[in-house]
Design a binder for this molecule. Structure first.
Ligand code: SF4
Ligand code: SF4
Length: 441
C-alpha cells in the first residue's frame, strides 16, 4: 500500500474523541429569541454598524458593512427589532460592538422555496463580488475574509486550490458531517471557486479517520465527471493548518511571514466552500454555521446548524445540558480553542465547536521548572524551539524571541501538549506575540 501523505516535521496524535458525534446527523438548533450579532467576528477591521436601536431588520439583511480592505459584511440571522447595540465579549475573548436583534416578524428565507442562480453565466469578478457581498469568511476558525483571499494580484497564478477537509482537532466533527450530508453542494461550491481562481489542480485533503467522507467524495466526483483529486492523509495534528496541509499535499513550504499564494496555492475549509455554494447558488448570506457541541460533560452531544448570534448556553441546553459539572468549556477545538467563562457569549462565524470537558478529560499538569527534555522541540511543526522562546518571553526579551521565529508560531498547542513540566508554552507564545507587536519589535 502507498504510504499516506502528511507533513514531515513535528506534530502530535491526541486521542480524537470524535466517536461522540461523528455518526449523528446535523440538526437545526432552535432559533434564538435574541440574536447577538457581533460587528468584529472576522479577521481585520470590524464591520460598520448600519442600524439603530428600534430599527426593524429582516432575515439575511445587511446590518454591518465591511469597513476596510480586510473586513467583511455582517447580516442579521433572524428577523426582528434591534433592542440594543452594546459591546460584548466574544468566544475568542475579544470585545466587540454587537447588535441585539429580538425575534419578531416573518422569516424571509427559512421554510420558503429556494431559487437557483445560474452562476455558470456569471464572470469570475461577479462571483467574487457575491462572495464579498454575502459576508463569507474562513470557517475553519481563522475567519479571514474570503473575497480578500481570492483576490489574486496581477501576474500571480493559482496552481493549486486545496479544500481543507482535515478537521484534525479532537472532538470536532462539523466538517466531517458536512462532507457526508452536503457532498454535492460542496462539489458545486468547488466548481464556483474554480471559476473565480482558475487553478491548475484541485485537491481535497481528508484524514483517514473519515473513510466514509473520502469514499462519498471520490464516488460523487467520479459520477459528476469532475477532475478533483481526493487525497487521504495520515492522521496527525495540526495537519489542518494550511501551511502543514500544503506541505503534505504539494511538498512546498510557505515562506516565513508569507502566504499560500507565495507558493501558488489557495486553501479553503469545506465549511467555507459550502457557504460559498449557498451564497452564490441560493443568494444566502453567512447567517448560519455548523457547530459540534460535545465533550464528556454534555448529555447528548450533537452537530447543530446554528444561527449566528445564538448564545453558547442555549446550544448546551439544546444538547440536554450538563450530565456533570464541566471542569472546562472551550469554544473551538481543545488544542487551539478558547476557554469560556461566560455562556452568554454569542456564536460567531468562526465557532466550530463547544466542548464541555469533565475532570477526567482535562490534563492538569503541575508546573515545574523545564527539565530540558527537548520534547517541545521535537513536536513543533514550525521547527521552533518553544523552550528557548518561552525563556526569552519570560524575561521580556521580545526582540530575541522574534529573531528566533516567534512570529512563525501557529499557536497549535503541540509544545504545551507534550511538555512534562506543565509549562504554559502556548500562552507564553501568545503573550510574547502580543508584546512584540505592541512594541513593534
Ligand atoms: S504552539 Fe508554536 S511553538 Fe508551540 S509547537 Fe505550535 S508552532 Fe511550535
Ligand atoms: S517539553 Fe517542557 S520540559 Fe521539555 S524542554 Fe520543552 S519546555 Fe522544557
Amino acid at each position: 500500500m502507498k504510504e499516506l501523505k502528511t507533513f514531515p516535521k513535528g506534530g502530535v496524535h491526541p486521542r480524537d474523541h470524535k466517536e461522540l458525534t461523528n455518526s449523528i446527523p446535523i440538526r437545526n438548533a432552535p432559533v434564538p429569541s435574541v440574536a447577538v450579532i457581533a460587528m468584529g467576528q472576522h479577521l481585520g477591521s470590524p464591520a460598520k454598524c448600519l442600524v439603530e436601536k428600534g430599527d426593524t431588520v429582516t432575515e439575511g439583511m445587511l446590518i454591518g458593512e465591511s469597513s476596510g480592505f480586510i473586513s467583511a459584511n455582517v447580516h442579521s440571522s433572524i428577523p426582528g427589532k434591534v433592542s440594543k447595540i452594546d459591546r460584548v465579549f466574544l468566544p475568542n475573548g475579544l470585545n466587540s460592538e454587537a447588535i441585539f436583534v429580538e425575534l419578531e416578524g416573518e422569516f424571509e428565507r427559512s421554510g420558503k422555496e429556494v431559487t437557483r442562480t445560474e452562476w455558470r453565466e456569471k464572470t469570475p469578478q461577479e462571483l467574487l463580488e457575491m462572495v464579498k457581498e454575502k459576508g463569507i469568511v474562513g470557517m475553519g476558525g481563522a475567519t479571514f475574509p474570503t473575497h480578500v483571499k481570492y483576490t489574486v494580484k496581477k501576474g500571480m497564478r493559482v496552481e493549486y486550490f486545496v479544500v481543507n477537509g482535515v478537521e484534525c482537532e479532537p472532538y470536532l466533527t462539523a466538517d466531517h458531517r458536512l462532507m457526508l450530508e452536503k457532498t454535492d453542494e460542496i462539489l458545486e461550491g468547488i466548481e464556483i471557486i474554480r471559476k473565480i481562481l482558475n487553478p491548475e489542480k484541485i485537491m481535497i485533503g481528508i484524514e483517514i479517520n473519515k473513510p466514509d467522507a473520502i469514499e462519498i467524495m471520490e464516488r460523487r466526483i467520479g459520477e459528476r465527471g469532475l477532475d478533483f483529486h481526493v487525497i487521504p492523509l495520515k492522521m496527525k495534528y495540526p495537519q489542518g493548518d494550511e501551511k502543514q496541509l500544503l506541505k503534505a499535499l504539494t511538498g512546498r513550504e510557505v515562506p516565513s511571514g508569507g502566504l499560500p499564494l507565495d507558493i501558488g496555492a489557495v486553501v479553503s475549509n469545506v465549511g467555507t466552500v459550502f457557504s460559498i455554494y449557498e451564497a452564490v447558488v441560493h443568494g444566502k448570506p453567512l447567517i448560519e454555521r455548523i457547530v459540534t457541541v460535545t465533550g464528556g460533560a454534555i448529555n447528548h452531544p450533537a452537530n447543530l446548524k446554528v444561527r449566528i448570534g445564538t448564545r453558547i448556553g442555549d446550544l448546551i441546553d439544546e444538547c440536554g445540558g450538563f450530565k456533570e459539572t464541566p471542569l472546562k468549556i472551550i469554544a473551538g477545538g481543545p488544542m487551539m480553542g478558547f476557554a469560556q467563562v461566560n455562556l452568554d457569549s454569542p456564536v460567531t462565524k468562526g465557532v466550530s465547536g463547544i466542548i464541555a470537558l469533565p475532570r477526567e478529560e482535562v490534563k492538569i499538569p503541575r508546573k515545574t521548572p523545564c527539565i530540558q527534555c527537548g520534547k517541545c522541540i521535537r513536536v513543533c511543526p514550525m521547527g521552533l524551539s518553544p523552550t528557548r522562546l518561552y525563556k526569552w518571553i519570560d524575561h521580556q526579551h521580545y526582540e530575541e524571541a522574534v529573531k528566533e521565529g516567534l512570529m512563525d508560531c501557529k499557536e497549535c498547542g503541540c509544545c504545551g501538549y507534550v511538555c512534562p513540566a506543565g509549562i504554559p508554552l502556548v500562552q507564553g507564545m501568545r503573550v510574547g506575540k502580543y508584546y512584540a507587536r505592541k512594541k513593534k519589535v
